[in-house]
Structure formats: structure tokens, C-alpha cells
Write a protein that binds this ligand. Sequence first.
Ligand code: ADP
Length: 262
Amino acid sequence: MIIMEQIAASRPMIQISDVSKAFNGISVLDGLNLEIPIGQKVALLGPSGSGKTTILRLLMTLETIDAGQVRIEGVPMYEGAPDTRRLLPEGQLRAVRSRIGMVFQHFGLFPHLNVLNNIALPQILNGQAGKTEAENRAHELLQMVGLGEKAYLLPDQLSGGQKQRVAIARALALQPDILLFDEPTSALDPQRVSEVLDLLNMICRKTGTTMLLVTHEMEFARQFADRILFFDHGQIVEDGAPDVVFTNPKDNRTRAFLGLPV
Ligand code: ADP
């Protein structure tokens, strides 16, 4: 029994095994391996075009892989031979896909729906809640992200930072185990960045959600993450705790990117 518990506890939340992906014949990921434990906060850094966003999109099944396997807490997303993968049929995929939420760079709110309905509607469409329950959860989440007074406004009546919080609340409403963030601070004023950091840390404490975040803001990554992954041409060239990666990276490409002597 103890051994079983240890095995369960050590099972990664995300397991990317030998994953390859090309666009129009140009390889973006080539045999990528990556394991992320439950509850870890990971920042993906690296030059533009190095494949960071592709990894988030693969996890969301907005893109598919060409080879390899992706598992969410041990459950595979692909079937078929390792080098000719296809996504599992929709019915089988739904359960694993529903465990992953994403907050997009430009928030992706429905402009014609008020804030409350932006958060409630996906729960209803997903069959996770009826109207009343979805709205109650939306109100609770709006309180949590500090926007309890804004429920009946349209997204365009909110600031960038407020829209960001609505997008985060909407993702949380679906109770994901994994949250993905694509450049969550790039559309925000610098003074709003620390608010996002506080909010994400609070969510982690409350929910234990595993988080992957693509960013180009080094200071934000340093304060947010338990683990930094530095990408270059689709490969992980640095993998470690922020203090180590930022002060003493092993790889010359990371050193150059961070402006350290190589
Ligand atoms: P990053 O997030 O590190 O900037 P991306 O993952 O967005 O990098 O992109 C990696 C490479 O894949 C880039 O060269 C990009 O142009 C290419 N790419 C990404 N998505 C597509 C797509 N849908 N079609 C064609 N090329 C793509």
C-alpha cells in the first residue's frame, strides 16, 4: 500500500515523451522529453520562435504532434504507432482535455457577453454546471480575483489588467488541474505585473494547480516559478530552479540570452 501511494505521488502531471512536431516540413520540436510534477510552477523562456508556445498549444490540442506521446497524469492523449500519432477520439479525449485550461495573451473574452456570463457560459457549455451553479461560481471567482463589483460590465469597459483577471477566473471556473499562460503580462502596464504575480501565487496556494507559463519577462519568471526551462530551437538547454538558472546557467546560449559572460 505504501509503495502504491509512493508511485501515485511520484506520477508526473504532464509527461511529454519523444515528441516531435514540424510545420510545413520545418522541425520545431525534435524528440522533446519533459516531465512536470503535480503542482509545479514552470516558466518557459527562450528566444522567439524556440517552440515555447507550440508546447502550450500541443497540451491544449490546438496543435497535434507528429511523433511521441503526451500523458496527463498517466493518461495518454495519442494513439497509433509512435511515429504516426493521432489524437484519441473526441469521446475519450474529453476527460483529459477538460483537466487543462489556458489563458491567452489577448485574453480571448467574448466581447458581447458581460463579465459574469464570460465566466459562467463555458461551464454551462462544458456541461460542468447548470445556469445558477455556474453563475454562483462566477461570482465567487470574481470576488477571488478582486472584481466582485464588475460582474455586469462588458469586457471593453474593463482595463487590461481587469480583463486579464476575468480571463484567469474563466479558466479557473472549469476547475483545471493544469493552467497554461501565454505571455500573461505582455499586454499589461508594468505596475499591473506584480498584481498578476500575486494572483497566480494565491491561486497556486489555494488550488495546487500545476502551471506552465511562457514569458519574456525574466523578473516575473524568477518570482513566479519553481522551475525555469530555457528553450533554444525546440530543445531544453537549461532546466533548474530560478536562482540557479538566472545566476549560474550551464549553457552558453542561456548565458548569452541573459547577458551573462560566456
Ligand atoms: P515561441 O513561442 O518560442 O516564440 P513558437 O512555438 O510560437 O515559438 O513557434 C516555433 C516555430 O514554429 C516558429 O518558427 C513559428 O514560426 C513556427 N510555427 C508555430 N506555429 C505555426 C503554425 N501554425 N504554422 C506554421 N509555423 C508555425
